[in-house]
Design a protein around this ligand. Structure first.
Ligand code: ATP
Length: 697
């Protein structure tokens, strides 16, 4: 059956067939993916992608649309559902919950796209080995202790049984010998077990530290584009919980798996030697157990991946809410934020519910199989004793070792599923570890003997990678001469800050070239250049440390106390800093100072570097008129002639009237250029903006 729907409920038209399939999805020309499901003979369309960001609905209303498929009648039909239909639904529900049913599959709605390349256990182990190889002695010591523990522990049941039966048969010398051996084995296994735990713990600590160090250092060297596309919550989750989980592979999972594998192998050999028919029966049961375990392990791996994604999303929401707490409080959106967080918690709970169910089935399988081994051993072994084929001592040993075997198999399975979870969590971590550092850090650029501060933009165009179709700068050509003060003015969003971002080489131009003192910017040693640029952004952020350290942040030359105070005085910040409880030693952060005070500290930070190029992007927007008047001194620090090139962006036009040149921008283009008087005479956008500001005053 084929159906055509025309712009029903504002969804673009499409054609679909196979109306009887329970669920399908399609993508509209606008790139919006919809999932469609049948519900009570109705079709429900729900946008799959772009529907929400971090639990925030991007829709103004619930855009799920319902369309009757024509087979049924109206909504009231629900009540008229017959007994047979209800029965059928019940049967469907039960069958979906049974192993292999739909409920166990993570549906499209729950599933998130995991872009990382799948990591196999071997690849994960190889990566981990690479990280820990320098301390391989810890691993060797740990594995030696592990082997010794396994061998001593597996010998205990043999000597235990032998001691009991030698006592029963009155063989005193044999009994004493067995007991001495037993004591030796117990002490050795205890010591080795302690050492094993300790060494593996150390290996775990080394691994998690190296992983975090490596990942953090790689993330710090990424292009700014990367941080535009990745959320902070996601990145901190990778560094925190994911690294911790991945490190468990060596410190916990692998250690326990190997110990139990060794013990299981020993027990199996012993059983086969003791009685091969009975040994084979136990092996068959253990193989069944292993199959169940394998399935369960795969399920766990997938669940772990989803848990990881959803936890990261929940963290992201919490982080965003806490960092915007004042906005949340003022707008009274606490409940909305809670809902947003709960969206992810519910998804996590859903996964957890299913994995708990799967764990229940797994435990049930284990218990049944474990008890069947005992019943089988008693049945077959009892008959063998009656037939005089084996002794009671042999049967006791058999039961003890078969128990050992099945428990070891269970432990292997349990830890294997943990291992799968850890491997699942490692995919994104290793994917991020594979990211190449930004080219800026890998290529060695040239340094100039000194920087005069000549800046040239030659036919520069630019689009942000996240919005490639939007041309933010269009064919910009500007020359800023050394020691010149140039102001950038224009309507909001016209591209002023983007020019500065390109000058700081936070982004690369899409076309055109930027030259500094006649040298292409991308051929220069960017670290060297940035050390010579002072930059104050629109909303300066402070680190949680004392005022002195905040001012000296990133300054590579040796600075004295006097230098810091001098910079603070130039930025008109000294007076308020002196009034703080501990002056320059006062711990500040983003929330403990006013906007204007933060701006003045940021200006002092830029001035302290004594930069050849100073960039002020709305750096005085939060200052009162008097402070702003005084701060303007930093532009003309050495008398009339400024000793540095200055680029200043300001909406408050009084700030930039004294600039040597004013560049007016509109929609990514330069539309006017000149000094204040020339631009007023031109009577263009600048004159209009000036009039508006005068009017509003
Ligand atoms: N990181 C980014 N990713 C994508 N688009 C961006 C990014 N930063 C800015 N833009 C877009 O680029 C355009 C120019 O932004 P820009 O910040 O340069 O404007 P502006 O003139 O400095 O504005 P304002 O005066 O409000 O600071 C805007 O449309 C903005 O939405």
């Amino acid at each position: 059956m084929t159906l055509i729907l025309n712009n029903h409920h504002s969804h673009p038209s499409f054609i679909y067939s196979n109306i009887h399939s329970k669920k399908f999805s399609f993508t509209t020309k606008l790139g919006v993916k919809y999932s469609c499901r049948r519900a009570n003979r109705r079709l429900v369309f729900t946008p799959v992608n772009s529907a929400s960001v971090n639990g925030y609905s991007l829709r103004n209303h619930d855009s799920s649309s319902e369309v009757s498929d024509g087979v049924g009648t109206d909504y009231g039909e629900d009540n008229a559902i017959g007994v047979s239909e209800r029965l059928l639904r019940f049967v469907r529900l039960v069958s979906s919950v049974l192993p292999g049913g739909n409920w166990w599959r993570f549906s499209d709605e729950v599933e998130v796209s995991v872009t990382a390349k799948p990591v196999t256990l071997v690849r994960a182990l190889r990566r981990m080995w690479g990280l820990i190889a320098n301390d391989r002695w810890v691993i060797f010591a740990a594995f030696s202790a592990l082997i010794l523990t396994a061998l001593t522990e597996i010998s205990i049941p043999h000597f235990l049984t032998a001691s009991i039966f030698s006592a029963q048969s009155g063989e005193t010398a044999v009994f004493q010998g067995n007991v001495k051996l037993l004591m030796f084995l117990c002490i050795t296994s205890g010591i080795c077990s302690g050492l094993r735990g300790c060494w593996f713990g150390i290996a775990n600590m080394i691994l998690v530290k190296r992983m975090r160090e490596t990942l953090y250092s790689i993330l710090l060297l990424q292009d700014i584009n990367f941080f535009d596309s990745e959320s902070i919550g996601d990145l901190t989750s990778r560094l925190g919980s994911d690294c911790q989980q991945v490190s468990r592979v060596i410190g916990n999972d692998l250690n326990l798996i190997l110990r139990n594998l060794l013990q299981a192998t020993g027990a199996l050999i012993y059983l086969l030697v003791l009685s091969w028919p009975l040994g084979l029966c136990t092996l068959a049961i253990c193989s069944t157990l292993s199959l169940v375990m394998l399935k369960y392990g795969q399920y766990q791996k997938k669940a772990a991946k989803l848990t990881q994604e959803f936890t990261a999303s929940a963290n992201e929401v919490a982080q965003e809410t806490f960092s915007l707490m004042r906005t949340v409080r003022v707008y009274g959106t606490e409940h909305k934020e809670l809902e947003r967080y709960t969206t992810w918690l519910e998804k996590l709970a859903d996964i957890s519910l299913r994995t708990s169910g799967a764990y229940g089935i797994w435990n049930f399988s284990f218990n049944t199989l474990y008890h069947s081994t005992q019943v089988l051993a008693v049945l077959v072994g009892g008959m063998s004793i009656m037939a005089g084929k084996i002794t009671a001592e042999q049967l006791t040993k058999f039961i003890l070792y078969s128990e050992w075997l099945i428990y070891s198999t269970w432990f292997v399975g349990d830890n294997l599923s943990n291992l799968m979870q850890s491997v699942g969590a490692s995919e994104k971590v290793f994917q991020m570890m594979d990211l190449a550092p930004s080219q800026q850090f890998t290529s060695k650029g040239s340094k100039l003997p000194n920087l005069k501060g000549l800046i040239e933009f030659v036919n520069v165009s630019f689009s942000y990678t996240s919005r490639e179709t939007v041309h933010v700068l269009k064919d910009i050509s500007i020359t800023v001469n050394p020691y010149e003060v140039v102001a950038l003015v224009g309507l909001s969003g016209s591209g002023k800050s983007t020019i500065v971002n390109l000058l700081l080489r936070l982004y690369e131009p899409t076309s055109g070239q930027i030259l500094i003192d006649g040298h292409p910017l991308n051929n220069m040693d960017i670290k060297w250049l940035r050390e010579r640029i002072g930059y104050v952004g629109q909303e300066p952020r402070l680190f949680r440390m004392d005022v002195r350290s905040n001012i000296a942040y990133g300054c590579t030359r040796d600075v004295t106390e006097e230098d810091i105070e001098h910079a603070a005085k130039q930025a008109y910040a000294h007076d308020f800093i002196s009034c703080l409880p501990e002056g320059y030693n006062t711990i500040v952060d983003d929330d403990l100072l006013s906007g204007g005070q933060k701006q003045r500290i940021a200006i002092a930070r830029a001035v302290l570097r004594d930069p050849s190029i100073l960039i002020l992007d709305e750096a005085t927007s939060a200052l009162d008129a008097e402070s702003e008047y005084n701060v303007k001194g930093v532009l003309r620090a050495d008398g009339d002639k400024c000793k540095r090139t200055v680029i200043i962006i300001a909406h408050r036009l009084s700030t930039i009237q004294a600039a040597d040149r004013i560049i007016v921008m509109d929609s990514g283009r330069i539309i006017e250029m000149g000094n204040h008087k020339q631009l007023l005479l031109k009577d263009g956008l600048y004159a209009r903006l000036t009039r508006r500001q005068v009017d509003s005053v």
